[in-house]
Design a protein around this ligand. Structure first.
Ligand code: IFM
Length: 440
């Protein structure tokens, strides 16, 4: 039997736009994702988060499910366009009241609330003013963080500023695969910096809170020892991992990444003290891990989220894949955790997302196997001394999977989108057993 320390935190995660629905209720105004979904051709099947899993109305039932599973914590995100519908100015108390009710219900059920302040739903007026490539968006984010912290700080202990700024910056502004759908590589680098700056300013705006940030990181390897392949791996590691980890934890941008990006953009947008702000001490680092990356040198250049490295080829590692097409490799999670512990010591780690999309409905053996392998990797990391303090499965519920719409299901709990009926899958029961036993 593989067990974890009794204090190890077991949770599940969701995000506002993916589950809440109720997009026009209680004063909420459009975010960039409402606009993106309304643009023909952007999201599979023309889907949107307008109704999603209707969690805005059904949260009591969802919290009851969490309690049944024995979750110690629930990671959710706060919708900025509910709290501050215009992205600046006065808060709408009705939006804050929803999160007050949710948090109180969680606490009544002995479940720790783990809010994330930004999981991609930027208020549309801020995008109209230029979005994350503009420095002002970082200042607005800190103002919003302060509002939410003032409203919930008496009952929330752990705060996450951003979820996966890589996606916001590079899918949002380089490939355009995510909202706001812009294809402006140079702007995407400015966006990455201003997201990081927004994080640092938000940390300052929430004094005395325990604050972290969640990054989507990967274990990147080269297809061979050939120089071109090794360089490809260095570049992708730089743009996936180090461009965020280094400023946050070492107070500098990696010199090789800055050099790789020279043909695209200089870093003149970095102002004095920005890096000091970004590297303000954090209380934990959230790690979202799904799949490893194998890369090699390529000769063709095509639009890519890896700005400045558009020639890099993404290789097939020959492993089984989930239905969304991502290779399954729990060893990649172990290697990633060991690397973080080695190169960025002193910051406690939480796996804040890990999970799998499969087409199967309630009998989801593929998901059980995926989760089992990755929880074992976590146990292995802990046994080797990594300061890993918790694990959150993605996701509690089937939900709106961004540009894939509702076709990809990540939930431990099946959602019938016609009736909104929730049915725990085999993986939910398996996870409840892991939590009950404190291990595998
Ligand atoms: O659904 C997303 C989530 O919003 C962010 N991390 C990855 C998940 C699966 O794609």
């Amino acid at each position: 039997m593989t067990t974890f320390e009794p204090g190890f935190l077991w949770g599940a995660a969701t995000s506002s736009y993916q589950i809440e629905g109720a997009v026009a209720e209680d004063g909420r105004l459009p975010s960039i994702w409402d606009t993106f979904c309304a643009t023909p051709g952007k999201v599979d099947n023309g889907d949107s988060g307008a109704v999603a899993a209707d969690h805005y109305h059904r949260y009591p039932e969802d919290v009851a499910i969490m309690r049944e599973l024995g979750l110690g914590a629930y990671r959710f995100s706060v919708a900025w366009p509910r709290v501050q519908p215009l992205g600046s100015g006065a808060a709408d108390q009705r939006g804050l009241d929803f999160y007050r009710r949710l948090v109180d219900t969680l606490l009544d059920n002995d479940i720790q609330p783990w809010p994330t302040l930004y999981h991609w739903d930027l208020p549309q007026p801020l995008e109209d003013a230029g979005g994350w490539p503009e420095r002002d968006t970082a200042l607005r984010f800190a103002e919003y963080a302060q509002i939410v912290h003032e409203a919930l700080g008496d009952r929330v202990a752990h705060w996450t500023t951003l979820n996966e700024p890589w996606c916001s910056a590079f899918l949002g502004y380089a490939t355009g695969r995510h909202a706001p759908g812009r294809q402006e590589p140079a702007a995407s680098i400015r966006a990455a910096h201003h997201l990081l700056l927004g994080h640092g300013l938000a940390v300052q705006a929430m004094p005395d809170a325990r604050v972290g940030i969640t990054l989507n990181l990967s274990h990147v390897t080269a297809g061979s020892n050939a120089d071109g392949d090794v360089d490809a791996a260095r570049r992708i590691d730089g743009m996936q991992n180090r461009i965020f980890l280094d400023p946050l934890l070492l107070a500098e941008y990696p010199a090789d990444v800055v050099r790789d990006l020279e043909p695209v953009t200089g870093f003149g947008f970095v102002q004095e003290d920005d890096l000091k702000t970004i590297a303000a001490p954090i209380d934990f680092l959230g790690v979202n891990y799904y799949s490893p990356m194998l890369v090699g040198h390529g000769t063709e250049t095509r639009p890519s989220a890896y700005v400045g490295s558009e020639h890099v080829r993404h290789l097939d590692g020959g492993r089984a894949r989930t239905s969304i097409g991502w290779e399954i490799d729990p060893r990649g999670l172990l290697d990633l955790l060991l690397r973080l512990d080695r190169e960025y010591p002193d910051v406690p780690l939480y796996v804040t997302e890990n999970g799998a999309a499969f087409d199967d409905e309630v009998h989801d053996a593929g998901r059980v196997a995926y989760l089992d392998g990755h929880v074992r990797a976590c146990a292995d990391a802990v046994s080797r001394g990594v300061a890993l303090k918790g694990y959150f499965a993605w996701s509690l519920l089937d939900n709106f999977e961004w540009s894939f719409g509702y076709a990809q299901r990540f939930g431990l709990v099946h959602v019938d989108y016609d009736t909104q009926r929730r049915t725990p899958k085999d993986s939910a029961r398996w996870y409840a057993g892991v939590i009950r036993r404190g291990g595998l």
